[in-house]
Design a protein around this ligand. Sequence first.
Ligand SMILES: Cc1cc2nc3c(=O)[nH]c(=O)nc-3n(C[C@H](O)[C@H](O)[C@H](O)COP(=O)(O)OP(=O)(O)OC[C@H]3O[C@@H](n4cnc5c(N)ncnc54)[C@H](O)[C@@H]3O)c2cc1C
Length: 331
Amino acid sequence: MPGFPRLKDAYDLVILGGGHAGLQAGLKCAMLNHSACVIDRGPKYSRSYYAPKMDNIPGFPDGISGHELLDRQILQVRAVDPAVGLFSPARVTGARRLEPSGYRVEFDWLGQKREVTGRALVLALGVVDRILEVGGSIQPIFPWANFGIVDFCVFCDGHTLAGKTVAVLGHDAFAALTALDLGHFGVKAVEILTHGRPLLGEAAPAERDELLRKLSEAGVTSFEEAVVGFDGIREKRFGVTFAGGSTRTYDKGFSALGWFDMHDAIPRSLGTTFDPDGYVVTDEDCRALGAGARPIPGLYCVGDLRNGWNQIPEAWATAERAVLHAYSYYL
Ligand SMILES: Cc1cc2nc3c(=O)[nH]c(=O)nc-3n(C[C@H](O)[C@H](O)[C@H](O)COP(=O)(O)OP(=O)(O)OC[C@H]3O[C@@H](n4cnc5c(N)ncnc54)[C@H](O)[C@@H]3O)c2cc1C
């Protein structure tokens, strides 16, 4: 069992978030013979922690769970301690730019407030999915999500849906577009469950008409009653009970509720800009862009938080690009 890492005052790189992107950034930094401090709340806050089987990870022909992949990355980073200190569970509370260069980061670790300085800073905080609330709680759907009966990402799980009946959870344009997108994967039938909200109720009239027409053409149905519970876990099915007492059963659920938290507070405090979907805008070296689309010196953003695709190979690639750029220009 490794002991606690020892916190130094200063590192070459400070990395906020130790999911797939942050861990890879730390590892790359060690390989370039520089030091890094990775500050992470813990694996259960990574998006992939609840992914039971991922099929696009090279080297795993039978798939691998997000949980296990994170464990493997953590072991790899622990192996390069002390070049890289992985501080977890620890929560970043603030960051500021220093003059003439570098960043100072505040975080809570082991019940104490800590500070650390880096010559460059990598934002790898990820984003958090919105989960369907039933009876004021997000817990009821967890077992179905943990067994992979409810999916969250078309790119990750669309290929598993061929020939299946699917309930899309959501009520807005994103839900409608997701339902239409699933047609590409050869699903048997798609129904949108709006959970008590009018389908496309907040969309502009022209957009609503267009989407309703496309849904009708694609044979996508919808049901607007509020969801009050789930069933069918033993049969590996997605059974849904509605407020009126009726039930419907599908092969799969698919969450299309968007994001609960885009982790924008720290990037915003450092002057980053955001795209219309709320992601941090970066250039191809993953430098965070500020006012006038100018790179903010020494600041990078990688993984899901950055404007790009929310996928693990992308998280790794952006981490590598950011650290290689930082190595050349700041370290
Ligand atoms: C159900 C599901 C299935 C998926 N399946 C696949 C798949 O099959 N293939 C694929 O490629 N991708 C898949 N993904 C997407 C994949 O999980 C993400 O693209 C990936 O996790 C992004 O990595 P990241 O490091 O950017 O963010 P994350 O892995 O989410 O890590 C962010 C980290 O930041 C930390 N953090 C956040 N705030 C703070 C703070 N204030 N202080 C300290 N630490 C903080 C968290 O603890 C977390 O560990 C799936 C996602 C979900 C939800």
